[in-house]
Design a protein around this ligand. Structure first.
Ligand SMILES: [Zn+2]
Length: 85
């Protein structure tokens, strides 16, 4: 059995948040009746979620800057504490 290719396109459009409302309705209706496409869609969503979580972890700009900014401060604090002891 095979499904119209358009449903796979709809899935990608949906995940890109670039799907026409009528196409989304058609896709959702199809997913409810088609196990194969539902599975495929879940896999796609998982892949997208993985990429997004990786991107999130990889978004180090603030994180690294924060760590770098925190490090010297910590060191200064320790020095100051020693000074006052
Ligand atoms: Zn299908």
């Amino acid at each position: 059995m095979s499904c119209p290719d358009k449903f796979v396109e709809y899935m990608h459009d949906f995940l890109d948040e670039d799907i026409a409302p009528e196409n989304e309705r058609e896709l959702r209706a199809h997913l409810q009746t088609c196990q194969a496409c539902e599975t495929h869609f879940k896999e796609l969503k998982k892949a997208v979620a993985f990429v997004q979580s990786t991107a999130h972890v990889k978004a180090p700009d603030h994180f690294t800057a924060g760590v770098m900014a925190a490090l010297p401060k910590e060191r200064k604090k320790v020095e100051v504490n020693r000074w006052f002891k």
